[in-house]
Design a protein around this ligand. Structure first.
Ligand code: 8GT
Length: 154
């Protein structure tokens, strides 16, 4: 076998694997209050990559899962709720500086069963949409944060 053929049959190494796109789903869990509409934001733990950054709850889609099923599973694992997944409001791609890429789909959640419980985050807070830019969000989320804060989405 030629060297080129051997190379093309090689299994992906760590470098290639790191460049694979991670398919991720996340939730905008919303509630109406007297002062306006609020969304739930969550902070990553100090020992995680991108430590202490804020994000929306969610995670990676597993093989064979629909985005909605993945999000229901993640919200159950992370927050202990049974969520009703609403419409998808946006999808975006981001290339992180370390070479990793994410494909993010965001869904709204207006209804869930069970009491919200912080099972994995450093912190979790409800915030009014215009105050979202006060949180130090993951880079991939920044355009969405601007759109939500300015009332362009939702
Ligand atoms: N849940 C969530 N993940 C996000 C958001 N924005 C964003 O870039 N991500 C990225 O999407 C991936 C979600 O993966 P995950 O929740 O299953 O696992 P993780 O944070 O431990 O990351 P890792 O397993 O890739 O190291 C992470 O790499 C995270 O940085 C967001 O708003 N919510």
């Amino acid at each position: 076998m030629s060297r080129a053929a051997k190379k093309s049959r090689r299994r992906p190494g760590a470098k290639e694997a790191a460049k694979q796109i991670r398919l991720v789903v996340a939730a905008l869990i919303l509630r109406e209050t007297e002062t306006g509409r609020e969304v739930l934001v969550c902070q990553r733990r100090p020992e995680q990559a991108m430590a202490l950054k804020w994000e929306f709850p969610g995670g990676k889609i597993e093989a064979g899962e629909s985005p909605e099923a993945a999000l229901r599973r993640e919200l159950n694992e992370e927050l202990g709720i049974e969520a009703v997944i609403g419409p998808r409001i946006t999808r975006l791609r981001h290339n992180y500086r370390n070479g990793g890429a994410v494909d993010l789909q965001f869904f709204t959640v207006h209804e869930f069963k069970g009491a919200l419980e912080n099972r994995i985050f450093n912190d979790m807070q409800w915030t009014l949409l215009p105050r979202l830019p006060e949180f130090d969000f993951l880079a991939a989320d920044l355009s969405l944060i601007q759109d939500l804060a300015s009332g362009k989405l939702l």
